[in-house]
Design a protein around this ligand. Structure first.
Ligand SMILES: [Zn+2]
Length: 111
C-alpha cells in the first residue's frame, strides 16, 4: 500500500558510498562516514565535501536530492570544501554515476 504523499526515501543500499545529490563517491572514507552508513539505510548526518548537503536532510528523499542538485547545479557546482576538490574534477562525470532513480521522478501509480 502506498500513499501519493508518502516521501520516497533516498536510501542507497545498492550504492551506499554515493552522495545522491552530487554523485560524489565517499569510498575513500570509513564506511561509518558514508552518506547513509555502510548499508545505505541510515543517514550519517555528515556533510558532503562537494555539494555541502547534510546527509539525512538535503538528501532525505529522492525529490529532495533532485531539488538540492538543481540548486547546486544552478550555483555552478561549487565545492563546499574547496581544498577537497580533485585536480581536473569533472561534474558531468561525477553526476553520471548517479542511479537513475535519483535523477528522474519515479513513475507514480497510473490514474
Ligand atoms: Zn554531495
Amino acid at each position: 500500500m502506498t500513499s501519493e504523499n508518502a516521501p520516497d526515501p533516498a536510501t542507497r543500499p545498492d550504492c551506499p558510498s554515493l552522495c545522491l545529490v552530487c554523485g560524489l563517491d565517499h569510498r575513500p572514507l570509513p564506511a561509518e562516514d558514508w552518506p547513509w552508513g555502510p548499508d545505505g539505510t541510515l543517514a550519517s548526518f555528515e556533510m558532503c565535501d562537494c555539494c555541502g548537503s547534510e546527509f539525512g536532510y538535503q538528501d532525505a528523499t529522492l525529490a529532495a536530492c533532485r531539488r538540492s542538485r538543481r540548486i547546486w547545479t544552478e550555483a555552478g557546482h561549487p565545492w563546499s570544501v574547496p581544498s577537497a576538490r580533485p585536480p581536473g574534477w569533472n561534474p558531468s562525470a561525477q553526476l553520471a554515476a548517479l542511479p537513475l532513480r535519483a535523477c528522474q521522478p519515479s513513475p507514480g501509480p497510473q490514474p
